[in-house]
Write a protein that binds this ligand. Structure first.
Ligand code: HEC
Ligand code: HEC
Length: 306
């Protein structure tokens, strides 16, 4: 594979590099011809530079050790260019490339771990979760692919669910966790700001606050009840306990994906929410997804393994 779009640049670079090496070699050679004047000899090699009428400069040879260092460096450079990429498109006799090295290391690692993945894949998620070695592998996978959103401790952040608390948007049984990881999730709550207007949004927000026993305005909550039953209950359930089928969170438990303050609830209801958990099946494959499922399930079901 080459990054060059036309042969011109490849040739251009090769010519400059080779001309550089040859040119330097010639310069060295030409400068190496000066001979040290013999002690007491009368024939003196002078550069021809003259200052103030009688100050002249001896044409002394370059130190030999220095010359040899330079020759060795040139030879090394030539050897390197023959073996490794450096001359435009020429791959070098070793055929080395950074992509090739990465692919090889990756394949080696896959070959090493594949039997382990296969072995765990045959076991039930709960059994895998109880295996310290599988937990270790699951944790490492989680640290690689999931932490940027769910956090190093898997406790999430605003908009990214906590995976350790046994409170689930979609469900915490092994099969559901696996479906979530394989296919991803798209949590969608429609916006109601335009349809309701500010006051009605505020009323229903206070009703939501009352559900988890937060301090709220009782009159507003009273007015909001109607709206909730008519509109919100369709997804969040008549009692506000949520619906894992559509990923509508339980609003009564004081566990919040975005936040339970008046301001945040108003924001949620006004603008709606749109949240994406990526799908991993194709990228990670069955073996890794299985280990991750066991790891995530274990986070809230076998506390020791954390
Ligand atoms: C780009 C950010 C991102 C990455 C990376 C990510 N997730 Fe998620 N994940 C989310 C979001 C956002 C949600 C919530 C989706 C929603 O609100 O509907 C979620 C939800 C989940 C859920 C469902 C939680 C519940 O309460 O039902 C699980 C399980 C989960 N992720 C596991 C993982 C695992 C395992 C990985 C690593 C392979 C991972 N996630 C990587 C963003 C991410
Ligand atoms: C079409 C289904 C649907 C309807 C109708 C709906 N919601 Fe939601 N709601 C959701 C979903 C799904 C989420 C989670 C979004 C996500 O995963 O990011 C959510 C999230 C929320 C949250 C954020 C909870 C948290 O933990 O931060 C609040 C608050 C909320 N809804 C209140 C309401 C209210 C009040 C109404 C009625 C005005 C309503 N919802 C109507 C589906 C719905």
């Amino acid at each position: 594979m080459s990054d060059f779009v036309s042969d011109f640049w490849s040739v251009y670079i090769s010519v400059i590099v080779i001309a550089g090496v040859v040119g330097l070699g010639y310069l060295l050679f030409s400068q190496g011809k000066a001979v040290a004047p013999k002690q007491g000899g009368d024939k003196v090699d002078i550069t021809g530079h003259v200052w103030d009428g009688d100050l002249v400069e001896y044409n002394n040879p370059l130190p030999r050790w220095w010359m040899w260092m330079f020759y060795i460096t040139l030879a090394f450079g030539a050897g390197y260019l023959a073996l490794y990429p450096g001359l435009g498109k020429f791959q070098g006799l070793f055929g080395w490339s950074s992509v090739g090295q990465y692919t090889k290391e990756r394949n080696d690692a896959e070959a090493k771990f594949q039997p382990l993945y296969d072995q765990f894949l045959k076991q039930d998620v709960k059994a895998v979760a109880a295996d310290p070695k599988a937990q270790e592998m699951g944790k490492r996978l989680f640290q690689t692919y999931c932490v940027q959103c769910h956090g190093a401790d898997a406790r999430g952040a605003k908009g990214f669910p906590n995976l350790t608390d046994n409170d689930w948007l979609y469900g915490g049984d092994p099969a559901t966790i696996k479906t979530t990881i394989e296919a991803g999730r798209h949590g969608q709550m429609p916006p109601f700001g335009a349809a309701f207007g500010e006051e009605k949004v505020k009323d229903v927000a206070h009703y939501v606050m009352s559900l988890s026993g937060k301090k709220h305005d009782a009159d507003r909550a009273q007015r909001g009840t109607e709206t909730f039953k008519a509109v919100c209950a369709a997804c969040h359930g008549p009692d506000g306990k949520g619906n894992q089928g559509v990923g509508a969170p339980n609003l009564t438990d004081n566990v919040w994906l975005y936040g339970g303050t008046e301001k945040t609830i108003i924001e949620t209801v006004t603008n709606g929410r749109n949240n994406q958990m990526p799908a991993w099946k194709d990228f990670l494959g069955d073996g890794k997804v299985h280990l991750l499922t066991a790891y995530v399930w274990g986070l809230s079901n076998n506390p020791k393994a954390q």
